[in-house]
Design a protein around this ligand. Sequence first.
Ligand SMILES: [Zn+2]
Length: 474
Amino acid sequence: MRSRFLGFAFLGALSIMAGGCGETTSYRLNSTTESEKPVYVRLPAAMVTKDFVKSTGFNRDHAKNNDFAIGWLSSGVMNHLNLKDKSQITRLDELAVTEGRLNPFTMERTELKFDEPTPAEDYHNYQALTAELRRLADAHPEIARLSSIGKSHQGRELWMMTISDQVDQAEGEPELLYIANMHGDEVVGRELSIYHIRRLLNEYGKNDRVTNLVNNSKMFIIASMNPDGFELRQRYSARNLDLNRNFPDFTSDDRDTSTGRGVETKAIMDLHSGHHFTASVNFHGGEVCFNLPWDTKPNRDVEEKFGDDTVLTSMGRAWADSNPTMEANNSFDRGLTYGYEWYEVDGGMQDWSIWYRRSMHATVELSYTKWPSANYLATAWRENQEAMLAYHERALTGVHLQVVDERGAPIPSFEVSVSSANRTVRYDNGIAHRTTTSGPQTVTVSIDGRSVAQINTTARPFDGRFDRVVVSKK
Ligand SMILES: [Zn+2]
């Protein structure tokens, strides 16, 4: 009954548009509407104005092109567009585009040919993913722990692998998070997450860089946030939610609550309630680039940009420079882009994670084809394996504080600002790890906005040692 009622309400709102140039409605195909599966379409880029997006709920896809935009419209919206608009819209064979058999811009169909060798292994469906993650956790019980952060709409586990030297203990180390496959048909990140986990586990004790990471951080890797979407070969969750439009948007929503959102979104939000991720990434496909915040608002001036823009941009530069395909993407700045300047995303994980949960988060697009043949996975791994390691490594360099009162008790909540960046970040339980640019840092510790201590230190990779800041009670 509920979805029926919503369908009725939105069709009523849309009919206002039928006249074409009349009043636009405030209707949005918002993320909590359980509408039918949206239709994948191509339309002239010029048609996709802010008003068009606002009134139709057009959900733009990642691929970049100057002449056309591709994305999703609900079929209800399609039916109610005026004839002129409708005539400019081409329905696309979504699976053919997803698999790289149809170029949505030229409409050319191609037979798939591969230079890459026969794949060493195929994609892991839910069953295979579950078995492989269990196998890896069982083979490395001292440093790996497999857990589920919740269940998908159709009841699949949302697996998370935790990797650290004392994996079951709260050690106060920097926490780093990778999330893949929130769009169910963007699947390269899901496989690279498995490969990355394997590498961390297999090379611990043999490779100094890996050993150092495992010893001095806690890594959390979620290979699939949308396992239902993977099985259904679709972007959306099984409830037809675009999970990357499903988070609280700080420019329009000041309630950081999971009420009414998808269960997958809720699971990620709940996970963040128990952790403060120093740095995090979510992986997508359909483009090859490193996408910087903000997605939901402009990034023109220094004041508008994310306050840790300098360091995150340098981390993005390092990612793109180690990936020849990304570095060669000149439709962006050698593989780097600000989200909003590409296209606006409201309700995305990236901005939510930064704004509401104080992480340093970027969106990384891993492959032009969302679901390439498994032949391509070896290339994708070769081009990203260094970046996946280096990003975690780089995130460990910064300031590392233990903030205590005169009796040595941890300060439960405090804020940290550094001289090399423009934002103040709140931390809990007496410990702060903040990734910064290299070199000297003047660090200011505040409680409830009131400065209580200042120290001079130098950014360094975390090695278990902290700068101790004693806050006197006065
Ligand atoms: Zn995506």
